[in-house]
Write a protein that binds this ligand. Structure first.
Ligand code: HEC
Ligand code: HEC
Length: 292
């Protein structure tokens, strides 16, 4: 259960109160053991974020990969009424909501969202999967963390990955569809690491994308049981050319028994993201950030 102090005080003002209180706690603690005399002012930004988090009783830290997956879902299904960062729009802010603060990882929010509040004008999200709703819940918790720590939290935690491991991950998981050109100088295309992370996890298709080669991937099954997935570089009624993960071009004749399944390119991205761990996500962002 999250701390009642949080919801009692208006966001923005309460952080100052929290700082004072944490400071006092830290000083009191210091009297008992002189070597532990860490005041709020002396803390590293990371320690401050942790102290604020603990003081406000914010419960377990949100799962960042899940929150990243939840971001576009929230944007599509909730932002119109609750604002893009859940801080309120045509309807209530969720930052100080009891339902949100009483929830750890969706155990209350998911059933709540499935039912909605039809009597107050909030639709039921009965057809969304539990996984999607859990990701949305994590996204909302992340917004609460952001407010609590005045935005330092996410920025602090975003470039903590290991860029060498990120480079390996990109080589193994991204080059079936992308070329080095996609990532060249990508680190300087975004204003912040946070936007970079959002940008590569949830790329949006430019309104007039001239680069349609990237847009098509396909899975091909051959009668001998072979299966090849990759980027479609050439397609006709008779033949398909797929560039596979290793960068090899496979030319396949579309004779009887050959099954070609064209795939929604963004669905493929989404699928990849579903298996992404927090570590993978941080490592990839740290690596892409070095490409300036
Ligand atoms: C059509 C507008 C609309 C949409 C879309 C919508 N909501 Fe709501 N939501 C509301 C209204 C209205 C309330 C009731 C607010 C009140 O009690 O004043 C509400 C209440 C809530 C509450 C409870 C707030 C409290 O009182 O503690 C939560 C949590 C919530 N919404 C989350 C979501 C999430 C997450 C989504 C997307 C999956 C979503 N809502 C989509 C209109 C909407
Ligand atoms: C299954 C194919 C596929 C895989 C695998 C894939 N992507 Fe993508 N990616 C796409 C498609 C399709 C687009 C949209 C291209 C476009 O902008 O038209 C895209 C777009 C992007 C963009 C935006 C590019 C731009 O110019 O705006 C980035 C960044 C990106 N992907 C990063 C990654 C990273 C990092 C990985 C690996 C962790 C990855 N992708 C794996 C298919 C894939």
């Amino acid at each position: 259960m999250r701390h009642p102090v949080f919801r009692a005080v208006v966001a923005g003002v309460f952080v100052v109160l929290a700082e004072i209180a944490i400071n006092q706690e830290a000083q009191t603690g210091g009297q008992e053991g002189a070597q532990q005399q860490v005041t709020y002012q002396n803390m590293t930004p990371e320690q401050r974020a942790a102290a604020t988090h603990a003081f406000l009783g914010l419960g377990p830290e949100p799962d960042k990969a899940a929150a990243a997956r939840g971001a576009p879902l929230f944007e599509q299904t909730c932002a119109f009424c609750h604002g893009p960062q859940a801080r309120g729009a045509t309807s209530a802010s969720l930052i100080t909501s009891d339902v949100v603060l009483g929830d750890d990882h969706g155990e209350h929010l998911v059933p709540f969202l499935k039912k909605g509040l039809p009597e107050k004008g909030m639709p039921a999200f009965a057809t969304m999967s539990d996984d999607e709703l859990k990701d949305i819940a994590e996204f909302v918790h992340m917004q609460v963390e952001d407010v609590a720590n005045r935005g330092t939290y996410q920025v602090l935690h975003i470039l903590v990955g290991n860029s060498a491991l990120g480079q390996d991950y990109v080589a193994a998981h991204c080059m079936s569809c992308h070329t080095a050109k996609t990532f060249a100088r990508i680190g300087s295309k975004f204003r912040s690491p946070e936007q970079l992370q959002r940008g590569w996890i949830w790329p949006t298709r430019p309104a007039s994308s001239g680069d349609s080669s990237l847009a098509d991937t396909a899975a091909v099954k051959t009668p001998d049981g072979g299966a090849i997935t990759g980027r479609v570089t050439q397609l006709s009624d008779f033949r398909i050319t797929l560039v596979d993960r290793a960068g090899k071009a496979n030319v396949i004749d579309r004779k009887p028994g050959v099954e070609v399944r064209m795939m929604d390119p963004f669905a493929a991205h989404q699928e990849m993201i579903m298996t992404l761990t927090n570590d993978d996500m941080h490592n990839v962002t740290a690596y892409l950030d070095t490409l300036k």
